[in-house]
Write a protein that binds this ligand. Structure first.
Ligand code: ZN
Length: 514
């Protein structure tokens, strides 16, 4: 049997523990035919075989992102990126360019400006935006998200005048004469945002399709797409029907939408399937809504909040299992993880359980996660943010902060850790996630090796969705999903892993990039 495609002279990281390195890979159809030395592959090369000599480049299994919101990512891509604007003039030029690609009267949404980067060192005004985009309503979010600038057309469509009042938690900037400047803060930003027209179905398809292309370019060949709104289910099916789903998609629906998901059909379950339902048991650390056993260290009356009782969780888990889906339990604080584990421990095992985040742990919880073979799905890029931006040590105290995302301890206890991005809340680049896991500054004893971090985005990510026999490593018979990296991530400086170029991406045996 001859190969359709071979990689030779490569540095292959197979992620197969019994044969971790190789020099060549042969692919036939959508499967890996052989992994070995150049010599061993030679006999599989025929006249029609495509040969790619990688000259020492690195081949890894196609990367897997276990937590991504693709429709939202697409929406963000439609927005005008203003982060490069060094002056108000720069920003006006970017806005003018955008108006050329936008129909008159249609909304323009942008984000990423910061007056401290402007040489004028002042906030935007509605007049600045009117000059550049007189024919379109415009809303431009500050880098700090809770501030926005709007132009006159936007103010008119939102019905905002100098007499408009805001609810608590918001404010509207005015001149000394009491006129609107165009700047809105806090909850007052919603006064403008609520007037922004929803993108059309066609615009959403185009934007999500663009998001999918960027996902492939990042070396990702499989995703767990966590949907946030009901209409995303039909969006995904439209994309599949149009041939615009280049990566493998495991759809995870909020358990509240299970009814609407019952009609979900896929023409190719290896490429698209409804795999799980997400159940939220608590909130997030930054808003101090993650449920803790003991109060937040700097907030003695607040221990966060459980969003369900153990009985409710058990009933929802049973409902998800009855549909043959995987229960995906969001549990951030130690109290939430404890509740999730109590339910898992009492449930007859039918599928693999996964917990999203399991951020605040302790020795006992780690033991119980290991005993139940629960996969912990994390976004390693968030770890430094929680320590540095959210000041975890102050909010949790030193003892608990030591148990915040203890990834190495989890691996040592035999718990599988899977990696994701949470894009668009965090950047898409999986190499940035790998770098984050390898270089964390706080509690450096919890750093992973590059190989361990890569496993979180490949083999253990496949294990997370119960597909480790199909993908996640470069092994004969597995799906031919591969990514070629310009440099070996174990050989570059740790701080530069994120910059490694992805040169070729193969999904289902087909070269999609390179
Ligand atoms: Zn998310």
């Amino acid at each position: 049997m001859l190969a359709d495609l071979v990689f030779v002279d490569a540095k292959v990281w197979t992620m197969n523990p019994s044969k971790p390195h190789a020099e060549a890979v042969a692919v036939r159809g959508n499967r890996i035919l052989k992994v070995g030395t150049n010599q061993q592959i030679k006999g599989l090369i025929g006249k029609k075989t495509k040969i790619l000599n990688l000259k020492g480049k690195t081949v890894v299994p196609g990367l897997i992102d276990t937590h991504i919101h693709v429709a939202d990512f697409g929406r963000c891509l439609m927005w005008l990126d203003l982060s490069s604007a060094q002056s108000i003039k720069d920003l006006q030029n970017l806005l003018k360019e955008k108006t050329k690609q936008t129909q008159t009267g249609k909304w323009i949404v942008g984000r990423g400006w910061n007056e401290n980067h402007f040489k004028e060192k002042r906030l935007l005004t509605h007049k600045d935006l009117d000059e550049a985009a007189p024919g379109n309503p415009v809303i431009l979010y500050h880098e700090a998200a809770m501030i926005c600038a709007a132009n006159s057309k936007a103010l008119a469509l939102a019905g905002i005048t100098s007499k408009t009042v805001t609810s608590s938690g918001g404010s509207i900037d005015k001149t000394a004469a009491g006129e609107l400047t165009g700047i809105f803060r806090g909850s007052a930003t919603n006064l403008v945002w609520q007037a922004v027209a929803e993108p059309t179905a066609e615009e959403l398809v185009d934007a999500t399709s663009l998001a999918c292309q960027q996902i492939v370019q990042a070396g990702i060949t499989s995703i767990d797409w966590i949907i946030l709104s009901e209409n995303e289910l039909s969006l995904i099916q439209t994309l599949q029907a149009k041939g615009k789903l280049p990566v493998r998609v495991n759809v995870i629906v909020p358990h509240e939408f299970l009814k609407c998901a019952s009609g979900f059909a896929s023409t190719d379950p290896l490429k698209l399937r409804l795999g799980g339902a997400i159940i939220f048991t608590d909130g997030y650390l930054d808003s101090k809504t993650a449920a803790l056993m003991q109060p937040y260290s700097d907030d003695p009356d607040n221990s966060g909040k459980m969003m369900c009782t153990p009985q409710e969780l058990a009933a929802w888990v049973a409902q998800v299992l009855a549909l043959g889906l995987q229960p995906v339990i969001h549990a951030m604080g130690d109290r939430a993880v404890d509740t999730a584990l109590s339910v898992i421990e009492q449930t007859p095992k039918k599928v693999r359980f996964r917990i999203e985040q399991a951020a605040v742990l302790n020795q006992q919880l780690v033991k119980r996660l290991s005993a139940q073979d629960v996969v912990v799905s994390v976004q390693p890029k968030m770890v430094p943010t929680e320590f540095e931006v959210w000041s975890a040590t102050e909010h949790l105290g030193t003892e608990r902060a030591r148990w915040l995302h203890p990834l190495k301890t989890l691996l040592k206890a035999g718990v599988k850790v899977a990696g994701g991005s949470d894009c668009p809340m965090e950047p898409l680049n999986p190499l940035l996630g790998i770098q984050g896991a390898v270089t964390r500054e706080s509690y450096p004893e919890q750093r992973l090796t590059v190989e361990e971090a890569l496993r979180a985005y490949t083999l253990d990510a496949a294990y997370c969705s119960g597909e480790e026999n199909l993908k996640g490593s470069i092994e004969e018979g597995k799906l031919a999903d591969l990514a070629v990296l310009a440099s070996d991530p174990t050989a570059v400086e740790e701080g530069k892993i994120k910059d490694i170029a992805v040169t070729i991406v193969i999904v289902d045996g087909k070269v999609l990039q390179g």
